[in-house]
Design a protein around this ligand. Sequence first.
Ligand code: C2E
Ligand code: MG
Ligand code: MG
Length: 769
Amino acid sequence: MAKPRVRHSAIAIALSVLVALTVSLLPLDLAIWAAQAKFPGEKPSGSIVLVTDKSNAASKSIVTTNRLLLRAITNLERAGADRIVIDTPLRASNDAGIDRRLRDTIAAARERTYIAAPFNSEISSISLRQPNAELFADAAAMVSSDMDIDFLDYVWSLAPSYAVNGENRPAAWTVLVGGQSTGRDIANEAIHPDYRMQPRDLPEVQIADLAAGKASALAQVGGKSVLIANLGGDDRVIRTPGGAGREGTSAHVSAIAAETALRSAGFYYAALYTIPVFGIGLLFLAAVPLGRRWRRIGYAVWASQIVVAFVAVPMMGDRVSLADPVFLASVYGCFRAIANYRRRHLYVDTQSRLPNFTAFRRYLEAQGSLNDHILVIVKIARLDAIFATLGSHEQGEYLRQVASRLTLGESSANVYHDGGKYLGMVFRRADYIDLRGHLEGLRAIASQAVLVGDTPIDVAITIGVDQSNEGDVSNRISSAIAAADQAREAYRPVFIISDFQADSEEWDHSLQSRLENALSENRISVKLQPKVDMQSGLFVGAEALARWTDQQRGEIPPVRFIIQCERAGRLDDLTKRVMEKSMQASIELAREKLPCKVSVNVSAIQFVDSRVVDLVELALGATQADPRNIMIEITETARVENLTRAREVMEEIKRLGIEFSIDDFGVGSGNLDALYALPFDEMKIDRMFSNEVTRCPKARSVVAAMLDLCRAFGMRSVVEGIDELDTFEAVRDMGGDLAQGFCIARPQTLTLLKETLRLQAHQSIVRQS
Ligand code: C2E
Ligand code: MG
Ligand code: MG
């Protein structure tokens, strides 16, 4: 599909051509030409002289007129007029003698005398002019006094010849040009009179003076082309623009036409020229990739050319049809305005003022093949809860800020908004070798709290990507949304669906059924990872981590099967199993007087209703475990949709005596709001920071700040993921309470854990004794 701009310019050009074929834009051109006639112009050359009659010509008898003509023509001959065009009707009078003498005089001068035939009455229904009398018919060569008169009585062009009684006769103006060179092919080209020349500036001689042989009159006509204008009152009214209106006559127009020819002017640039010239310019502007600014400059230059043509062409004495380019510009302008309006209103989300998913779809559909593109959906977690605290203006501001974070480094990229919690983006496949790395980086940047007004507000996002080559645009968007939904705040924030994964998706379906079997057959086990008190170095408890070994696939990481459980609606089942096993472990440890505090991971999304309360109560009832030895770690706190509800649920459980820990604090979302709103007893600082404490001062500051926060909130701190001794010491010196990590102890079976703890108990007994 062609770019909309190119399409719009092509349609505008086609419409202009169609309109140019009709004459509907003529009134606009006439108005333009009338205005141009007011431009300053040169005076006529003077080589064409008009013979007129100022006295009341209409009242004169034909005899008088013929006598005047006879003398005038005789004197013109004597004075050496170059050419004489008789543009007044030659009529028969009641004095045959005078008439014959007139005829003979004309015939004697026939080499340079022409008789004008009257207007073609077919063209002009209001022709008043009388025909020439038969007597004068072949006295001299016949020319036509015709011209193209429009519906307002203006003459904008004169043909080189007109048909008179079926025979082509040269137009009077071509004869007036005479033998002078013009640089124009006057015998074949029409002329467009340059009306900057005024009729009143044409030299005029009175026929009475000429007939009387006045020296001043004779002096004016020597060597000139002379046009004897209509001496009767029966001429057509012709208007000449630019002047005072009706002051011209057809003779004036012929003379101005001849004067225009003498200047090699009077060309006409019709729509045939202007549409291609301006059309190609417009197409070029539309097709060339230009920034907004340069395109605007381009449009301005293009439009200014219309103004340039408006001024320059008439100043050269020529005429141009500008109504067509003006029409072209207007049509194109309308198309663009509609497109912009639609883009602004139909394709824009009213709240965020970001382009919406309709625009997203349109954009993707316009790309043709999607194989070069990667579709990215960003899901904003807990948006409803955030919006509950913001006014509608601030909600838009929040969304825009998140969107602008996502375009960091690539400000030209568009972020689309579905009106809810999803944002869409498109990446070029070729630009990203390490897509996951890039998206994780992007997510880290986008997850910084944004300032709305003066208030910092958390941003928690997950990213779903469809990079398979399957399906149409809608399929691909849906699949990227599904990926974003499946992405998990804490342990799989970027979920990429690729062709490869489309296979494993299949596998996941069979995995799901096997997982369900494993759950019902109670084959999910737990491993326990000890937690150590940093100051005393003693084990104080353990975290229960779910483990599942599939017969076919071997050990499946919890990250993977927990998602499957969630999709299959079996998360409660899993939690129940892990909870019971953890409680049993705690009871066994307590029985041997070993540290027996066991933490169980529960996903934040389970805190939407009291099912989790029932689950805990039932497990406590079934195992008879001491609730004070059980802790719940809430994972993925960013996924809490309703903090108030979650708080109520937690408080119910707390009343049973169970404590709460906020897991993976500091990653994904700021989860400060969850920390603030929910009654936690312990904070687990994510390994992302603890790992770097010895290497990176920034990580150190983050951990220090979190530890401060813990103290301020009266919470216990657990630093997770410590896998080096240096890290352990560094965090201990910073005042961390508990630690957990591979360098202390790996997740292990209950049997092994008991060994470890017994050994420690034994050592401390030895130390004490
Ligand atoms: P988590 O709760 O933050 O658990 C800690 C994870 O970090 C565990 O991975 C653990 O094996 C690992 N870990 C501990 N020390 C170190 C260390 O020094 N270095 C490194 N690199 N890793 C260390 P695991 O067992 O794969 O669990 C991953 C996540 O799965 C857990 O993160 C938790 O969010 C989730 N999970 C595990 N079991 C359950 C469960 O029963 N229910 C729920 N809802 N989620 C669970
Ligand atoms: Mg945990
Ligand atoms: Mg953790």
